[in-house]
Design a protein around this ligand. Structure first.
Ligand SMILES: [Zn+2]
Length: 299
């Protein structure tokens, strides 16, 4: 069965360290320590995803390409035939960023025949340069960008989607797909997002399980939910993997795909995520159906 990962962060600072350092960080050790310094929930998510400001302009093209290659090679080694990699939004103004992505992708495909990947930009809704970045969507789409992810605050409470709608419309007009991580810790934002036409996928959405109306809405709208099982446990979205609502999503007719989220920081592979789904009682046919959904839900 083909394994597809539709929710993977580049983990830029971590990959940068990996590419540049002669003594890379011991990620297994780092994962242990993060889990002891912050309690599960939003605090742990913020600690794990804190991205030090980096200046992409100062990144050498070979290093930029090396970071992408490092992330894609790890995905292929972890069993993925296809992954969608989320890149920092500043990439859109980095010279020939899609050519760099394509070079990294084809170099990994040489080692792993049949491997393919798409690129997604993570757009921060609070960024003062957001408009200017949106203006680059058309050129980026023409160069092969698959879609965008919208990151917003507050993450665990109802956000104002006025700006989000504008960004989603700009992406849609450029032919880019849109995904948004939401509902990790409760049902907030899921209803608003399901009403935005351009949003085809939602990441996590664990909180939907507490609201039958939202479950029906996601199924009726045909929104695909990106389930990241290990991430849900590590970040405390669910108390244990057995409590994950994945089987209930499928019963409710919601389209579901799998993702590794942050492989370096969480120690995930897509093969491991499919096995975890199996441990929740999913059959081979269920897993194959998720792969089919993933093929149809690529941005
Ligand atoms: Zn995520």
């Amino acid at each position: 069965m083909d394994l597809i990962d539709l929710h993977q962060n580049t983990e830029w600072p971590a990959r940068l360290d990996q590419v540049l350092s002669s003594s890379p960080v011991d990620w297994a050790d780092r994962r242990q320590s993060v889990q002891t310094v912050a309690p599960p929930g939003l605090a742990r998510l913020q600690r794990m995803s804190a991205v030090p400001r980096f200046d992409l302009d100062a990144v050498d093209p070979e290093v930029y390409e090396g970071i992408l290659e490092d992330a894609l090679a790890a995905a292929a080694r972890g069993g993925a035939v296809y992954t969608e990699l989320r890149l920092p939004q500043e990439s859109v103004v980095y010279p020939q960023f899609m050519e760099r992505f394509e070079a990294a992708r084809s170099s990994v495909a040489e080692e792993f025949p049949g491997f393919d990947a798409g690129a997604i930009l993570s757009m921060n809704l609070w960024d003062p340069m957001l408009r200017e970045l949106c203006d680059a969507f058309g050129d980026a789409a023409a160069a092969g960008l698959a879609g965008i992810e919208i990151i917003y605050v507050p993450y665990a409470a109802e956000a104002d989607w006025t700006r989000g709608r504008v960004v989603a419309e700009a992406a849609g007009a450029a032919g880019l797909g849109v995904t948004v991580p939401a509902g990790a810790f409760n049902a907030s934002n899921l209803g608003s997002l399901a009403e935005i036409e351009q949003i085809g996928r939602i990441g996590h959405a664990v909180g939907a399980a507490s609201d039958p109306g939202i479950m029906r809405l996601l199924a009726a709208r045909g929104v695909t939910v990106e389930v990241c099982l290990t991430s849900a446990v590590v970040l405390g979205m669910v108390p244990a993997i057995e409590a994950h609502p994945l089987p209930r999503f499928l019963e409710a007719g919601i389209a579901v795909v799998l993702g590794t989220d942050s492989p370096m920081r969480m120690g995930t592979t897509i093969a491991g995520e499919y096995e975890r789904a199996r441990s929740l009682g999913l059959s081979d046919a269920d897993l194959a159906a998720m792969t089919a959904t993933a093929k149809a839900s690529r941005l």
